[in-house]
Structure formats: structure tokens, C-alpha cells
Design a protein around this ligand. Structure first.
Ligand SMILES: NC(=O)c1ccc[n+]([C@@H]2O[C@H](COP(=O)([O-])OP(=O)(O)OC[C@H]3O[C@@H](n4cnc5c(N)ncnc54)[C@H](OP(=O)(O)O)[C@@H]3O)[C@@H](O)[C@H]2O)c1
Length: 236
């Protein structure tokens, strides 16, 4: 099955946590890292998140930097990435920030367990792809994004549950990790792949493409050790 190149972007504490045990909003990195997040986001034909991240981080999934948008257009991409949301339950509040902005299509992958009234409301704001299975198949989502939406580069900003599924499918081609100078602690605080006790079906090695230090933060860029589908992403 064909799929886009998948880039995962996360900020992590010194003890490997991406959130607190209470799953509080992200916001523990510097303004520089927040701009770097936009730079990485701007590389994707589409940007994908899970429902909790969308909700907890109040994401509009936009690109509030005109220069980055201009560079996309120059590269032949749309001004803004397509916004992709994953949710089995379909419990998406219409007051979420994402629905207040119309700058790019919103594509939701969910299941028919989404209540009918919610389906009607959401169809006014987004394209709904509802599976009749109990769970959304991320493998099929990736293939659908590739085939139907012509997505060749997909940036995923989490959260950890969604990242875990991508890793289980061995579909993480690149990783951008910001290591932030802070400790959270707590066994229930999620790491990159959540707080689940289960192992991946098999390990995947990555090789370090670049490392940059700014202030007390470290920016890491890793590539999968298999042959890349496309040229590795470059950031300034
Ligand atoms: N540090 C960082 O860079 C970073 C990045 C992202 C998120 N976070 C933090 O991570 C926390 C949220 O973690 P999380 O693991 O709950 O986030 P998440 O993966 O965004 O959300 C989990 C929810 O998304 C849906 N989902 C995820 N994977 C799915 C799959 N494979 N198939 C179908 N649906 C799927 C499900 O929604 P339904 O329940 O609707 O079925 C699931 O309950 C927040 O505190 C957030 O701030 C941190």
C-alpha cells in the first residue's frame, strides 16, 4: 500500500515525557522551538493529530507565518496544509479552535459510532470519512491520504497514542525531537509513544541526521535507517 512520507514532531522533557500525568497542554518549550514547530509543520502537504491533542492544545492547525506560507506556494504546495484529525469516538466539540478557521480543508477519519447529529454538524465544516469498523485503520488513512488527497509528506504532531499506532505500523520515517531543559516525572506521564505497557512488534533504528543546540534546548532530527521514500527533509 502506498503512503506518504511520515514526519513525527514532538517536544520532550529531559526524562522523556511529552506531557504531564494529567495530560496538560504542551507549552514547555521556548518561542524559538514554537517557531521551529511551524517550520516543520510547513513541510507537510497535510498535518495530522489525534483528538486529544487537538482538544487539549486548542489547535487551529494553521500556519501563522506568511513567509512560510509563501515558501510553500513557491514549492508548489497549497498555502496551508490539509488538516487531518483522527478519532474513533467522533466526540469532536464544534467549539474547538480548528472549526473557527477555514484556511484549509479539514479531513476527519472516524467511525460510524459518531452520533448522527454530530455527523450532520461536522459535514458543514469538514470532510468526514467514517469507517464501519470499531477502530479507524491508520494504515488505510495513510493510503487514502496518498491516493485521494495526493498527500506525499505528512507531518504528525501527535499525540502519543497516535504516534504509537504509527510506530506499530513502522510508518515513522523521520523524527524531529526537541529536548527541553525540564523534568516532569511520573510513570503515568506519556513518553513519545504514550504510557502503554505494550512493546512495539519490532524495534526500528534511526540515524541522526542533524543536531542543533539553541539556548538550553536541543533539536534532533532522525531518519529511519531504511531507504527513505524521498530526499530527507532539510531545515535551516
Ligand atoms: N510534547 C509534544 O510535542 C506533544 C505533542 C502532541 C501531544 N502532546 C500532549 O499529549 C497529550 C495527549 O496525548 P494522547 O495520547 O491522548 O493524544 P492523541 O493521540 O492526540 O489523542 C488520543 C485520541 O486520539 C484518537 N486516536 C489516537 N490514535 C488513534 C488511532 N490509532 N486510531 C483511532 N483514533 C486514535 C482517539 O480519539 P477518540 O477518543 O475520540 O477515539 C484517542 O483517544 C496532551 O497532553 C498533549 O498536550 C504533546
Amino acid at each position: 500500500m502506498q503512503r506518504p512520507q511520515v514526519i513525527l514532531n514532538f517536544a520532550m522533557t529531559l526524562d522523556g515525557k511529552v506531557s504531564t500525568a494529567r495530560y496538560t497542554p504542551s507549552g514547555f518549550t521556548s518561542p524559538l522551538d514554537k517557531h521551529r514547530l511551524l517550520e516543520i509543520r510547513s513541510l507537510g502537504d497535510a498535518l495530522m493529530v489525534g483528538r486529544n491533542t487537538l482538544q487539549i492544545d486548542r489547535m487551529s492547525m494553521g500556519l501563522p507565518d506568511e513567509e512560510l506560507r509563501k515558501a510553500r506556494v513557491k514549492r508548489g504546495q497549497s498555502e496551508y496544509p490539509i488538516r487531518v484529525v483522527i478519532s474513533n469516538s467522533g466526540e469532536l466539540d464544534m467549539n474547538l479552535n480548528i472549526f473557527k478557521h477555514r484556511f484549509s480543508p479539514i479531513v476527519i477519519y472516524s467511525t460510524t459510532s459518531m452520533p448522527e447529529h454530530k455527523q450532520t454538524e461536522l459535514r458543514e465544516k469538514a470532510e468526514l470519512n467514517l469507517s464501519t469498523q470499531e477502530r479507524v485503520s491508520i494504515e488505510e488513512v495513510l493510503n487514502d491520504l496518498y491516493e485521494r488527497y495526493q498527500v506525499r509528506t505528512l507531518v504528525c504532531e501527535g499525540g502519543p497514542q497516535l504516534a504509537q499506532t504509527l510506530a506499530e505500523l513502522d510508518a515513522v520515517d523521520e523524527l524531529f525531537i526537541t529536548v527541553a531543559p525540564i523534568l516532569f516525572g511520573g510513570t503515568r506521564a506519556p513518553g513519545l509513544l504514550g504510557a502503554s505497557a505494550s512493546y512495539l512488534p519490532s524495534s526500528r533504528m534511526y540515524r541522526l541526521e542533524s543536531m542543533k543546540i539553541e539556548g538550553d534546548e536541543c533539536y534532533l532530527h532522525y531518519l529511519s535507517d531504511r531507504e527513505p521514500c524521498t530526499t530527507p527533509t532539510r531545515l535551516s
